[in-house]
Design a protein. Structure first.
Lengths: 315, 491
């Protein structure tokens, strides 16, 4: 187990170093000058050069990489070119929106998906199964921005139960803040739930065809007990894998939903930083996300060991 | 079933009880782009002025709702006979929001800072004519110019020329401190910027207690934001979405003019665009009505040269290249290009460019010009098109006011070079007589049209939408600003 863990950690570290090089190099290649963007079309070339010097953009590439990567090691993520504040402050402001939103959406998605998957398996091949999986198919197919807009028109414009968008901040109180996350969380959760329900169903069907399930049934265990005690647990590995991927996506890949609900989340921070060529923000935030994804994957790997005792003793 | 009903009703009650009724003197204004920072003297982004101009920061002069120059921190001024010395009499009793006094020292500091060698003011050209700035007494400033400059008072009204205090100049990006009727309260990044009324304001007090600028980037989200009452005004609304609001009596829709000349820029040094006939052929091939319908929901006024129809110097030259496919083909034939040619059209992100580009590509195809569309981001556009001039054609709206002089700039991305035109702009700069200026501006427009320097398309409209109970917003946008000083709730 320890060797398994150490190996995973070593791979994670190497991934981080390689990712930092790729991220830095890619952003250096894309055209666009942050100084020109800030000064606009009426500024002279000399002035742009002056600002480039002030921003430290004229230092050699390797020196800038080492400076940045060295900063990361001491958890210094640099200062934003456009906002002129430490990147970590920007991330902190956004993570208090993105993290709760991702967690709520993930919880919702799990709460919807697992029962639907179980329901479908219980009625395998019958009308209930067809309807549930048809709905799941629809959930995957419907564009989430459209679904989000429909939610807004129903709950914000017509019923006026929740705001149409925006985030008042946690300082405005837990309830107003949560209220503004309800619709985005639903809009994010539904397509994820649809995918997860399909994965749960197919994993369960596969497990239910195993010999040991037949044996369990043969020795007289009721279907329900077999499903809960033997099948579900064994079907968890693919479900956990998908959950891990979904969490990483929900943390930063939600730019469309963030735009529709004008939420100040991480996705929009990165998007805005890219359009403004605020490279240091893009680089540092992407690295943080890489680290988060690696950490989640590590957790998922560890959770395999929890659901599957064989993995604990294998190494 | 009954249980569900009870739960839903209960939930509805809880939720609705929480919906705070906003006070009648608060206002939430929607803006589409977030300012990168809050210092108007340190960036070109229009979003900075849209929040702060006239609200938080003031200059010696200011630009009014119709583009006129009005007194601001200077209550009056005199100009010497040779047009080189401006003496400004400042308002007394003016305080910055941090409580410090405003006086002539601050004016000298602000203008010297903006024109210093290490200044990164995005409109440094505004201050280029200034020779010295002297404090005569705390309430009087004398500015001496190197040469007479007719636009000087106008220039001092730009957002980039506002007066800042030496103590707070370096922190204005995060916590702006000005002399205006509103003071900065809070910036929740990515979300909103809040201003509150400054009770110590020297001028006429404003009606609003609080103004929150909420950042709503998505045009599709702007409509429900208005309908739900979350946002009460969008002074710059997406033309394509306006049909959804227009019939609703709860809102006012006001279509005004901007200073944004939307043009099909051509690289005047790159063959075949270096030939007059080719540029004229393209100008004839453009059906401006169809472009406005498709790219701007039918809103926007066709232009024939680089001047807003709302400007008093405007000369109507739209008849010069009225849509005429035959004529365009003839001109191409004269240029020896009867078989047409291929070129690229680089399009920045705004809808006027992306949508307009598709339409223009199809219109030019009718005369045999085969355009390859290349979508680019702003950063790429500034780099490739604007700085490196690596382009054939592009579409962009030049939103700066009174900017016809860009065609005389050396090394500007049009690659246009006409000494006669340059001479007119140089004369214009030295002429203060209003009638003579109008004549010169008319000639300048005529030359640009004759040379078909670019394809002149239309003036970008300003589509404003706000709650019908609000009044005092600007109908036009002579500069990109949301002046809230006269905005109030009527009930």
């Amino acid at each position: 187990m320890t060797a398994y863990l150490l190996k995973r950690l070593a791979i994670a570290l190497i991934t981080l170093v390689l990712a930092s090089m790729v991220v830095f190099a890619v952003l250096e290649i894309i055209p666009g000058d942050p100084a020109r963007l800030m000064l606009g079309m009426n500024a002279s070339a000399d002035q742009v050069e002056l600002l480039r010097n002030q921003m430290g953009l004229n230092a050699p590439l390797a020196a800038r990489y080492l400076h940045w990567a060295g900063g990361l090691l001491s958890l210094d993520f640099g200062r934003s070119y456009t906002y002129s504040v430490p990147v970590i402050d920007l991330v902190r402001e956004r993570i208090v929106v993105s993290l709760p939103l991702a967690l709520i959406a993930l919880a919702l998605s799990t709460i919807i998906a697992i029962p639907v998957g179980l329901f479908s398996v219980g009625r395998h091949g019958r009308a209930g199964d067809t309807i549930a999986m048809g709905a799941a198919q629809l959930g995957v197919a419907v564009p989430n921005f459209w679904f989000a807009l429909m939610l807004i028109y129903l709950f914000a414009v017509w019923l006026r139960l929740v705001p149409a968008g925006g985030f008042p901040g946690w300082s405005a109180g837990v309830w107003p803040a949560l209220k503004s996350l309800v619709l985005p969380a639903i809009a994010l959760a539904l397509p994820q739930a649809a995918i997860l329900a399909r994965v749960t169903r197919s994993a369960l069907i596969e497990v239910l065809n195993e010999d040991y399930i037949r044996t369990a049934r043969a020795k007289g265990l009721p279907y329900r007990a077999v499903l809960w005690r033997h099948a579900l647990r064994n079907a968890m590995i693919p479900v956990l894998t998908i959950l891990g991927l979904q969490f990483a996506f929900l943390l930063a890949g939600t730019i469309i939903i963030e735009n529709v609900f004008y939420l100040p989340g991480l996705g929009r921070l990165v998007f805005q930083a890219i359009t403004q060529r605020d490279l240091i923000v893009v680089e540092s935030v992407v690295m943080l996300l890489v680290a988060a994804v690696i950490a989640v994957n590590l957790l998922v790997d560890l959770s395999y060991a929890v659901v599957d005792p064989r993995l604990r003793s294998r190494q | 079933m009954k249980l569900w009903k009870t739960i839903l009703t209960a939930a509805a009650l809880v939720l609705s009880a929480e919906t705070s009724a906003f006070a009648a003197r608060d206002l939430v204004i929607g803006i589409t782009l977030e300012p990168p920072h809050l210092d108007p003297t340190a960036g070109a982004a229009a979003a900075i002025d849209e929040v702060l101009y006239a609200n938080v920061f003031e200059g010696l002069t200011r630009i009014g709702p119709n583009g006129e120059v009005l007194p601001a921190l200077a209550e009056s001024w005199t100009v010497s006979d040779d047009g080189k010395v401006y003496t400004f009499k400042l308002h007394s009793g003016v305080k910055f929001h941090d409580g410090t006094d405003f006086n002539a020292d601050d004016v000298k500091f602000s203008l010297d800072r903006a024109r210093a060698d290490n200044s990164v003011n995005a409109q440094k050209g505004l201050f280029a004519a200034i020779d010295t700035v002297e404090m005569v007494d705390p309430a009087t400033v004398r500015i001496t110019l190197k040469n007479p400059q007719s636009s000087f008072l106008y220039n001092m009204g730009w957002g980039d020329a506002v007066i800042v205090a030496p103590e707070t100049a370096d922190t204005n990006k995060e916590t702006p401190v000005g002399t205006g009727p509103f003071k900065f309260q809070n910036w929740a990044k990515g979300s909103s910027i809040t201003l509150i009324r400054s009770d110590a304001y020297w001028g006429a007090p404003v009606s609003l207690d609080k103004a929150e600028f909420r950042i709503v980037t998505d045009a599709a989200a702007a409509v429900p934001a208005l309908l739900s009452g979350d946002v009460q005004a969008f002074p710059f609304f997406d033309p394509d979405s306006v049909a959804q609001i227009q019939g609703d009596p709860r809102f006012k829709v006001v279509i005004g003019a901007t200073e944004g000349e939307t043009i099909l820029s051509m690289n005047n040094k790159k063959p075949p665009f270096d030939r007059l006939q080719v540029r004229q052929a393209i100008s004839f091939a453009l059906d401006r009505k169809a472009i406005i319908d498709g790219a701007s929901a039918g809103l926007g006024v066709p232009i024939g040269s680089h001047m807003s129809p709302a400007n008093k110097a405007y000369v109507d030259l739209t008849g010069l290249y009225a849509h005429n496919v035959e004529k365009a083909r003839e001109l191409l034939k004269e240029a020896g290009l009867e078989n047409g040619f291929k070129a690229t059209l680089k399009l920045p992100p705004p809808p006027y460019a992306r949508l307009g580009g598709e339409i223009i590509a199809s219109q030019l195809r009718d005369v045999g010009i085969d355009l390859q569309i290349v979508p680019v981001e702003w950063a790429q556009w500034l780099d490739q098109v604007f700085t490196k001039k690596d382009y054939d054609l592009t579409i962009v709206s030049h939103t700066e006011p009174n900017d016809i002089d860009i065609y005389s700039r050396k090394d500007y991305y049009f690659n246009y070079d006409n000494p006669t035109f340059d001479k007119i702009i140089a004369d214009l700069n030295l002429t203060s007589d209003e009638a003579k200026r109008m004549t010169l501006l008319g000639e300048a427009q005529k030359i640009l049209a004759d040379d078909a320097v670019v394809g002149f398309l239309y003036e970008l409209p300003k589509v404003g939408v706000w709650d019908a109970k609000l009044e005092g917003f600007w109908a036009n946008a002579p500069i990109q600003a949301n002046d809230l000083t006269k905005v109030k709730w009527t009930e």
